[in-house]
Design a protein around this ligand. Structure first.
Ligand code: PEP
Ligand code: MN
Length: 358
């Protein structure tokens, strides 16, 4: 890993003011939207303008990006504002077009990072333009090896100006996030590759405007080096991701609030404490969502027992749950007495819920 870590060229990010702010709409829609959004962004804080030209949509027959003509609008932004421009590429054709329209930063989307064939195809296409800056979003599931594998494929073709984007991970659980942030995965990622710049994408983590500030703040505690935040001149009428986009003016207010926080938390000792607090909060949120899932299942079970006219309390079943949980818990270093008490409380609550149904 040391070889990979040392091959990463950080010169590109070192040239930017920190934090590096990348902003612009989810998708390019019209020339007016692109030019006006860029014009309203404050170029003393935003340094790279983003817009998706080809959009990976979950289902077909949605707006799948404006295509090549949007690249012309991006090039105009670069010329008019001096901002660098960024877009997502997912295949050889995208790479060729982005290069021909002088796109400075290419990002690889979460779905593409999860596919080694796609990454290899992009890496091969970039070999002749390997001085481009490439940002690799996390794969949809928290697989650090797959993520690093993508970086290795790019490095293998001489692409060294690399960074990664934390955009959250798919979760099957009920979650307040569109894509669950995973700070502990990010910490292990950083321990493996300490030189790689990490940028946080609160927009795709939250899926709404309201959560962006909190995630951006946490990204600072975790020493991410930049933020990618979606902005749009008219978010409510955006053609994609309208709930999570903010106006350039709202972005400016948010960034000024973040600057105070960044200064306050730049002391090392506090950062360590915050790491653990944020991770513990994240785990507690997961516990609560699992508890709610468990009790909802108990409710369904209660209804079924009622219709089958079966007793709520089944001693054999309960003993086997208790024994299995103690066995599993002890193997993971948990105290037996603690496990017994915890499962007793869970069982009582479950019985209460099933009784309520009767
Ligand atoms: C995007 O940045 O607009 C995007 C589609 O991102 P992701 O790959 O994180 O879904
Ligand atoms: Mn988007």
């Amino acid at each position: 890993m040391e070889k990979i870590n040392n091959s990463i060229d950080r010169s590109w990010i070192d040239k930017f003011k920190k934090p590096l702010i990348i902003s612009g709409p989810c998708s390019a829609e019209s020339e007016k939207q692109i030019i006006e959004t860029a014009k309203r962004l404050d170029t003393s804080s935003v340094q790279i303008f983003r817009a998706g030209i080809w959009k990976p949509r979950t289902k077909p027959n949605n707006f799948e990006g404006i295509g090549e003509k949007g690249l012309e609008w991006l090039r105009k932004v670069k010329k008019n504002t001096g901002l660098m421009i960024a877009t997502e590429v997912a295949n050889e054709e995208h790479v060729k077009l982005a290069i021909s329209f002088e796109v400075d930063v290419l990002w690889i989307g979460a779905r593409s990072t999860a596919s080694p064939f796609t990454i290899q195809n992009i890496a091969d296409a970039l070999e002749k333009a390997n001085d481009k800056i490439v940002l690799v979003k996390n794969p949809i599931h928290p697989d650090v090896e797959l993520w690093i594998g993508a970086l290795e494929r790019l490095l293998g073709r001489g692409i060294k100006k690399l960074g990664v984007i934390h955009r959250g991970f798919y979760t099957y659980k009920n979650s307040k996030y569109r894509n669950q942030p995973n700070w502990s995965t990010l910490l292990s990622f950083r321990n493996i590759l300490p030189r790689i710049p990490i940028i946080c994408d609160p927009s795709h983590i939250c899926g709404n405007k309201e959560g962006i500030f909190d995630i951006a703040k946490k990204a600072y505690y975790f020493q991410h080096e930049g933020l990618m935040i979606e902005s749009h001149y008219d978010p409510d009428n955006a053609w994609s991701d309208s709930q999570q986009q903010i106006t350039p003016e709202e972005l400016l207010i948010m960034l000024s609030k973040l600057t105070n926080i960044k200064d306050k938390f730049s002391k090392k000792s506090q950062i360590n404490l915050d790491y653990f607090r944020i991770i513990i909060d994240e785990i507690d949120e997961n516990i609560i969502s699992l508890l709610s899932e468990r009790m909802n299942t108990s409710k369904k079970l209660g209804a079924l027992k009622k219709s089958l006219d079966i007793d709520i309390i089944q001693p054999n079943r309960w003993n086997s749950i208790m024994n299995k949980s103690i066995f599993l818990g002890k193997k993971l270093g948990l105290d037996e007495k603690f496990l017994k008490e915890l499962f007793k409380v869970l069982h009582q609550e479950s019985i209460k819920i099933q009784n309520q149904i009767r």
